[in-house]
Write a protein that binds this ligand. Structure first.
Ligand code: ADE
Ligand code: ZN
Length: 323
């Protein structure tokens, strides 16, 4: 039913988009053992901490420009086949450096994959540099300085991922000031595992136009009103929230409650193969759970493109594809 809907994905970590099958190919290439985090065709983890171990294990097997080109191309061609016309990928220079690759080579490799997928499917993609919160404020500031040097034309935003329960948002405010001053789009993970206070802190200290997840803001009515009034867009990833046990089932998920309260909500898959998800499955799950029709589903895509960190001619072109 949702296959023909045009889709956009604002929240996907590129290293988290590597399928176990692709990671196993990389493991053979580098003679590495993945049995600690892959079993058969599935990732193995049990909570957010062990998820991050699996995530880092998979990321460590992408080590060259060609590896990242293959990863980006595979992910983007896959979502284009599900109807995606636009994606933003979170890219983490700290992960590339840990794999022995310079940020410049990492961005070039990813950009090659993005160009190949655009040539084969027409899909547009931009990159958002993320700092990793649990690596500390100095590392996140270094990522922000790198982003603000505008190292690649497809890098249009800055964000922060990682363990939300590490440190306080205020510790990272300077990193976001650096990125904002450079004209980058700003998003931040908040209100995923941590509660409404984390979202309030993000609004106060970071002033983002978008929040990654943000769903736990739903526990505070005044905060929901503030988000709606400010027009801050939530990058909601229901499949991720269910897999990580933020909610026990889709009927408990606040996506539709937030929408009804006037919050601008969008759909994304976060780390799709870790969560048994994909952008196509997120749209289908939302349609099944809340009975959205084609116009409403396309409306989520429109919200995503309106909130995208992209130049205005490209935004207009993408919006034109929705008519
Ligand atoms: N890094 C990769 N996936 C993440 C998530 N869901 N939350 C925070 N950091 C992440
Ligand atoms: Zn995320």
């Amino acid at each position: 039913m949702t296959a023909g809907i045009k889709k956009a994905e604002l929240h996907c970590h590129i290293e988290g988009a590597a399928s176990p099958a692709l990671v196993k190919i990389q493991a053979r290439k580098y003679n590495a053992d993945v049995s600690g985090f892959i079993s058969g065709d599935r990732y193995v983890w049990s909570d957010f901490t062990s998820f991050l171990v699996a995530y880092d294990g998979a990321a460590s097997l992408f080590r060259t420009e060609e590896d990242f080109a293959l990863l980006a191309r595979t992910y983007l061609e896959g979502i284009a086949a599900e109807g995606a016309i636009y994606a933003e990928i979170f890219v983490s220079p700290d992960h590339a450096l840990a794999s022995g690759l310079s940020p410049a080579a990492y961005f070039d490799g990813l950009a090659d994959g993005i160009a190949a997928a655009k040539a084969s499917t027409g899909i547009e993609c931009r990159m958002i540099i993320v700092g990793v919160r649990h690596l500390g404020a100095d590392k996140v500031e270094a990522a922000a300085r790198l982003a603000s040097s505008r190292p690649h034309p497809l890098i249009t935003g800055f964000g922060m991922a990682g363990e939300e329960r590490f440190g306080k948002v205020a510790d990272f405010a300077r990193a976001f000031d650096i990125a904002r001053d450079a004209g980058l789009g700003i998003t931040i993970h908040a209100g995923e595992l941590a509660g409404p206070d984390s979202v309030r802190d993000a609004l106060d200290h970071v002033r983002p136009s978008r929040i990654g997840h943000g769903v736990r803001a739903s526990e505070d009515d005044a905060l929901v009103r503030r988000i709606a009034d400010a027009g801050v867009v939530l990058e909601v990833c229901p499949g991720s929230n269910l897999a990580l046990n933020v909610y026990p089932d889709i009927s408990s998920h606040p996506f539709d409650r937030l929408r009804r309260a006037g919050v601008k909500v969008t759909l994304s898959s976060d780390d799709p193969p870790h969560f048994g998800s994909s952008i196509g499955r997120e749209y289908q799950m939302a349609a099944d759970a809340w009975g959205y029709d084609a116009a409403q589903l396309t409306g989520f895509t429109r919200t995503s493109i309106e909130a995208a960190f992209v130049d205005e001619p490209t935004r207009a072109f993408l919006l034109g594809q929705l008519d």
